[in-house]
Design a protein around this ligand. Structure first.
Ligand SMILES: CSC[C@H]1O[C@H](OP(=O)(O)O)[C@H](O)[C@@H]1O
Ligand SMILES: Nc1ncnc2[nH]cnc12
Length: 290
């Protein structure tokens, strides 16, 4: 096994990270279209880190228009072994307060206007999403957040809505009645695509608001989200540095590294060469003999 290569997808308010040695913005191409921006590559100690701002520098791209297939593809091409995804989220529970961090272990995917798979006609695959995040990476990220002085919850359930408008009060109450803890707009289909790419994935959620269900608090506005994110960006960066410091050694294998072995259902004789060609990075391990 080689070392860790950490991909970090930055969300609202996190458009770059400082403190990287040999830091360089590099253009990355993908057969899945345009990624959100160039990749910022660099090192923290022995760890290679690859950062991509999800909405692009200047926050140009809306949640629906984020090309998550291209983003995951270029991170895979850049050699990432694992992905930490950072997101600003609303809280659906009293106990998750603005300023808190949380690691997500379940998602409820309510998005409907985004391509959600690298697979399809000519090469059909069904990966398991029963446990959508990597417990090892999530645990390390939670410890890193605490070491950086943050309050960090674990095992949160995140609703991912289409947006870009925020929820109605009835929707907010509905998601609460489903047992969801947090709400955002971008972790899906990112988490599904990371799994198809055999990349262990974790969501570091940064709570920015109480959405619109809490009577004593004003309904969420984007200015409030960005204000809390500005106050928390240093905490997010410190968490990433602490996580990087914990990933200096060899990377042990994960079952996610080989999950496509159990997922592909199309007979090899029916594989579509055009789709196979687009899967040259995502499926490099699985389809190396094709
Ligand atoms: C800027 S408020 C709504 C916006 O913030 C979150 O973005 P991200 O997940 O990339 O941090 C949310 O998902 C929306 O895209
Ligand atoms: N209340 C909210 N709903 C959806 N996405 C968000 N991102 C930050 N706060 C949010």
């Amino acid at each position: 096994m080689g070392g860790w290569v950490l991909g970090v997808i930055g969300g609202s308010g996190l458009y770059e990270i400082e403190g990287l040695a040999n830091r360089r913005w590099v253009k990355a191409d993908s057969p899945w279209g345009e990624p959100s921006d160039e990749l910022l590559t660099g090192e923290i100690g022995d760890l290679k880190l690859v950062f991509l701002p999800r909405h692009g520098r200047g926050h140009r791209i809306s949640p629906t228009e984020v090309n998550s297939r291209a983003n995951i593809d270029v991170l895979k091409r850049a050699g990432c072994t694992d992905i930490l995804s950072v997101s600003a989220v609303g809280s659906l529970r009293e106990e998750y307060a603005p300023g808190d961090f949380a690691l997500v272990d379940q998602y409820i995917d309510r998005t409907f206007a985004r391509p959600k798979s690298f697979f399809g006609t000519g090469l059909v695959a069904h990966v398991s999403m029963a446990d959508p995040t990597c417990p090892r990476l999530s645990g390390l990220a939670a410890a890193a957040g605490r070491a950086a002085g943050q309050t960090v919850a674990e095992a949160a359930t995140l609703v991912v809505m289409e947006g870009p408008q925020f929820s109605t009060r009835a929707e907010s109450e509905l998601y609460r009645s489903w047992g969801a803890d947090l709400i955002g707009m971008t972790a899906m289909p990112e988490a599904k695509l990371a799994r198809e790419a055999e990349l262990p994935y974790a969501t570091l959620a940064m709570v920015t608001d109480y959405d619109c269900w809490r009577e004593e608090t004003a309904a969420v506005e984007v200015s409030a989200v960005m204000e809390v994110m500005a106050a928390n960006a240093d905490g997010a960066r410190a968490t990433i540095v602490r996580l990087a410091e914990a990933l200096q050694d060899e990377r042990p294998a994960s079952p996610i590294d080989t999950c496509l072995d159990y997922a592909v259902v199309t007979s090899p004789s029916a594989w579509d060469p055009a789709r196979l060609a687009k899967l040259d990075a995502i499926g490099a391990r699985r389809f190396k003999d094709a």
